[in-house]
Design a protein around this ligand. Structure first.
Ligand SMILES: [Zn+2]
Length: 1012
């Protein structure tokens, strides 16, 4: 066995990897994968492995037998059959039961509880290694902690080498985050058994030189529901079975898009395990591609904030994996594909953003444990340059095949990593060290969060998130000044808005001609230093992204942007001046919270509306108190209050002090209310309406409503279809994006075949805690559409975003709003600029009359009109036709005195055209002024529309309405073309919805009606 020397310069390997990947594979020759002939085999189990594997070449010499053990039980002890057997899909509890049996039977196994899910189910991590390694886990962790934070050893490479020599690396495998991808729990049960008992040289090498850490089920809530559904399917042969509508409590597939926001328990628990154990590899198992796509090598563009050492590690490990599996003769193994590694939101990316190695397999699953014939498309079965032994066009495929691939590939990776553990540990140290050297290498030196941010709550929330990511946050103890590089390349193009920090009055001198102007910040400013081990994740989250419209990667895998400062509406300043690191500052210990409380005395309390999300928490916490909201800005005792600020009565000072202190809100007590026009800010009864088609995207809305303590009834389109008086129960109905068209929402699923129940029964005990139905198929129906229309007509508020906004438009609730077909627009999860149009609308309360960055997933392009059926007449407007003169001139009619051409008012893209007197002569289609759509927010100008990410053909969307408030009889429909709630990343947009909710019966406040 040839071990790469620890001292081998990483660069040498990089060059090899780039030049000839095959050469790299040769440098990492491993222990020969073969069983120990002197160890007995579990004959019965081995026979079953052969029986359930549909072709001999769908297995490897590492997994085509099972070693026997006198003392350690096989997975059969819990499953009643072998791992991967047809018809066997264990609940998480059964998987844990088995892992704990292993722990009991062998000193080589230890099980750790790592937290619980949203619904209270346990998550575990299982460590398997040699007895000696298991016995010194704590000491090993202490050593790894020094490599993870080289500051602790004075960045001393020699010292690091000594620690590397004494340490054992940790390889962390996570299974079934995606609940329909069902194979990994049984594969990981069997893998744990093999690693525990197999005495061959191959397995011993792994056991002695590596700690394998396994979380067999990541999405535990979803796993249990998936097993329910599968069991229902087994109990109802020949019938169609219900789709797995709910995976986790909130989201489905997007549970693997949370690694930046950390809003889900599973992400928090895996991140904490990763950090606590000082893990080197985080390897997440998925099933969607035949037969094994080792996808981190994938395709470009790679995430732009990664250490190149990591991207080379991907190549080295990925190619070794393909190469070894190729030698086994297992078809369909490859590592190049269309997956780009741009977005850092995947669970595995916790490692990539924290100096480890992220890995991901896509194997081939059958969404359950049935053995079925699988027919592939040419794109999958054709031989490609990177896939010389492709999958079969057609074959019988079993869960056991899938388990064979998962285990064999993992064992190749584990063997490779065990053999080269010292090499990868040294890389781990180097990556951690590079993260600390960031200020003196590529930079920046720090990200600065000014102490005078108008949204201290939003700022604290974002800083707490960075803390949860493991970042150290410091606080300046005095005011300070640093140089601003004013390097064009460091800032996004913001022609309409001076950089946040440039606006500081502290600099006093207004020599704005001086481009190297210093940046000054008050005492109390937060500083996220980049000379710390986890600087990379902060940089990744806070920096700007740019995806070139002509990038060769056309299959963009996910969002192209996430800039957290922008989407949180929190000021962040990227500082490159290393002087910032010398500013007097203190490390903040404990969670960062905004300062709240009550100042002064009196029975009336005033709270500024700054769009901090805790304001709605406060409103619902004192649901029965009197909250008035100011329709204009005002001042009290020299203190400025924004439009929308609260004037509260009927709450005791003690209660309010307690609540505002906890929530980080500042209240000012006064004897009498300020003199300003107000209306009540309500805490209305909310319903969140979902379909039985998809609940993926609305889950992000529910998650944040729950977190912020905004109560709602969770109802389905079927409930709405059956309720003719929705107003008796609700004031506001939210219909968050579904991702299906209007026709599907109304029709639901086809009514052929049998009913599809989603409910708790003895056979399906885990389908509760969200919603239930006897039959998922029926949709909203025309009666549901009518009931929603009646609800709004009687004074209700209907909130719709993206595709559900189109639903509202298509079902006739939004006269004067139409959707413009998209031609060349391309926005793939980008941050775009918006501008307020009507700052007096309650929907913009608390927002500055300034640009606002919002998230766009290519949402509908709205047009507004004053006429039913659309049409943006411009009072006889339109551009000039061919003739004399230039574009701004008029043509001439010869031999006649020139005509007097009436001025035609300019109509902006976000405005409806004007109504001329002649339109009113027979004004059947003219919408009365009070019933016309009111544009609240619009998309920015084309030249400055893009903030972060990808935007192509932006002219189609530029200046178009982004949020439209449409009166409908006594109620309102509010339409969003942005995504106000998205993956817990868009905290700065939430109040665009919360304002609508609290002002649902006063949305016309501040409205100026047209004269005709
Ligand atoms: Zn998946």
């Amino acid at each position: 066995m040839a071990i790469i020397k620890t001292k081998l310069c990483a660069l040498g390997v990089i060059l090899l990897a780039i030049a000839v990947p095959a050469v790299v594979a040769q440098t990492v020759t491993m222990v020969r994968p073969q069983r120990d002939p002197s160890q007995p085999v579990d004959e019965e189990y081995t026979k079953k492995i052969k029986e359930y594997t549909t072709e001999k070449f769908f297995n490897s010499p590492l997994t085509d037998y099972l070693p026997a053990s006198k003392s350690v039980p096989t997975p059969k002890a819990v499953l009643g059959d072998i791992a991967g057997a047809p018809g066997k899909l264990p609940y998480a509890e059964d998987v844990y039961k088995y892992m704990r049996m292993l722990e009991k039977a062998s000193p080589r196994v230890k099980v750790f509880s790592i937290g619980t899910t949203e619904e209270g189910r346990e998550m575990i991590a299982v460590a398997v290694s040699s007895e000696a390694n298991i016995n010194q886990l704590a000491a090993n962790r202490e050593r790894l902690a020094k490599l993870a934070d080289p500051r602790t050893i004075g960045m001393n490479d020699d010292e690091a080498d000594k620690i590397v020599a004494a340490s054992t690396p940790i390889y962390y495998i996570t299974g079934t985050i995606h609940s329909t991808e069902t194979g990994s729990p049984t594969a990981l049960m069997e893998l744990a058994y093999r690693l525990t008992v197999d005495e061959s040289e191959y397995y011993k090498n792994i056991r002695n030189n590596l700690v394998t850490l396994i979380t067999p089920v990541v999405e535990v809530d979803g796993r249990d529901r998936m097993v329910d559904i599968y069991n229902w399917h087994l109990a109802n042969p020949g019938k169609n079975w219900p789709n797995l509508l709910y995976w986790g409590h909130y989201v489905a597939h997007d549970n693997n898009r949370d690694a930046m926001s950390l809003s889900l328990k599973l992400t928090q628990n895996v991140l904490n395990t990763y950090r606590n154990w000082k893990v080197q590899v985080l390897h997440d198992l998925h099933e969607s591609v035949p037969y094994l796509y080792d996808n981190t090598v994938g395709d470009q563009p790679y995430n732009a904030w990664l250490d190149p050492i990591l991207t080379d590690e991907w190549q080295i490990i990925g190619w070794n994996n393909v190469s070894e599996m190729t030698k086994f003769g297992m078809p369909g193994v490859f590592t190049h594909g269309t997956f780009d590694t741009w977005s850092p939101s995947y669970l595995m990316f916790i490692a990539a953003s924290h100096n480890g190695i992220s890995r991901l397999y896509e194997t081939f699953g059958n969404a359950g444990a049935d053995t079925i014939e699988r027919t592939l498309s040419p794109a999958d079965y054709s031989r490609r340059w990177y896939k010389q032994n492709p999958p079969l066009p057609k074959t019988m495929w079993s869960q056991r095949n899938n388990n064979n691939y998962q285990e064999s590939a993992l064992l190749i990776s584990l063997g490779h990593f065990a053999t080269n553990g010292k090499y990868f540990l040294r890389n781990f140290y180097l990556k951690s060290k590079n993260s600390i050297l960031k200020p003196t290498q590529a930079g920046p030196a720090a990200y600065v969060f000014p102490a005078d941010d108008p949204r201290p709550g939003g700022q604290a929330q974002l800083l707490r998130l960075l803390q949860a990511q493991g970042c150290e946050v410091s606080r300046a103890t005095a005011a300070f000044t640093v140089a601003s590089p004013v390097k064009k390349s460091d800032k996004p193009d913001k022609p309409d808005k001076p950089d946040a920090a440039d606006k500081k009055p502290d600099t006093a001198d207004k020599k704005d001609a001086d481009k190297s102007a210093a940046l000054s910040f008050p005492a109390g400013t937060y500083i996220v230093r980049m000379d710390q081990p986890y600087s990379r994740i902060a940089d990744m989250m806070l920096d700007y992204q740019y995806w070139a419209p002509d990038d060769p990667q056309k299959d963009i895998y996910d969002d192209t942007a996430w800039t957290f400062g922008e989407l949180n509406n929190v000021k962040t300043v990227r500082v490159t001046d290393a002087k910032v690191l010398a500013v007097p500052m203190e490390l903040v210990r404990g969670d960062i919270r905004a300062t709240g409380g009550v100042t002064g005395t009196g029975q009336t309390f005033v709270i500024n509306h700054n769009t901090d999300n805790e304001l709605i928490t406060l409103r619902y916490r004192f649901r029965n108190a009197s909250f008035d909201t100011a329709e204009e800005p005002f001042e009290v005792a020299g203190q400025k209050f924004n439009r929308g600020s609260f004037i509260i009565r009927g709450v005791s000072a003690d209660e309010l002090t307690k609540a505002t202190t906890e929530l980080g809100l500042k209240a000012y007590a006064a004897d009498s209310p300020p003199t300003v026009k107000t209306h009540p800010a309500k805490a209305p009864r909310i319903a969140m309406m979902h379909t039985w088609l998809s609940t993926q995207d609305e889950g992000w809305w529910r998650l944040e409503f729950d977190r912020l303590g905004v109560p709602y009834d969770y109802i389905s389109t079927q409930d709405v279809s059956a309720n003719q008086n929705l107003n008796s129960k609700y004031d506001v109905i939210i219909f968050a994006p579904v991702g299906r068209g209007t026709q599907s929402i109304i029709e639901g699923m086809p009514m052929y075949g049998n009913p599809l129940p989603w409910k708790v029964t003895p056979l399906t005990p885990n389908l509760g805690k969200t919603d239930e139905t006897d039959d998922m198929r029926p949709g909203l129906g025309l009666s549901g559409v009518k009931n929603i229309q009646d609800f709004v007509a009687r004074g209700g508020l209907f909130i719709a975003a993206n595709d559900t906004a189109e639903f509202a438009i298509e079902t006739g609730m939004t006269r004067g709003v139409s959707v413009q077909p998209q031609r060349n627009l391309k926005v793939t999860g980008s941050v775009l600029r918006s501008k307020p149009v009507d700052v007096a609308s309650p929907i913009l309360y608390g927002y500055p009359a300034d640009d606002l960055s919002i998230f766009c997933a290519g949402g509908p392009i709205f047009n507004v009109s004053n006429f039913v059926g659309g049409g943006r007449r411009g009072g006889g407007g339109g551009s000039r036709l061919t003739g004399r003169g230039s574009v701004g001139h008029g043509d001439l009619v010869h031999n006649r005195v020139p005509d007097e051409v009436p001025d035609s008012p300019k109509v902006n893209p976000w405005e409806p055209g004007t109504v001329r007197p002649e339109d009113l002569r027979n004004g059947i289609n003219v919408i009365p002024p009070a019933m016309r759509p009111r544009v609240i927010l619009r998309w920015g100008d084309n030249s400055s529309l893009l903030v972060s990410g990808l935007l192509d053909g932006g002219g189609e969307m530029a200046q178009k309405p982004a949020i439209v408030d449409v009166p409908f009889d006594k109620g309102h429909v509010v339409l969003y073309s942005n995504l106000p709630f998205w993956r817990a990343e868009t905290q700065g947009s939430y109040f665009l919805v919360f304002n609508a909710i609290m002002n649902y019966d006063n949305l016309n406040a501040g409205r100026k009606l047209a004269e005709r």
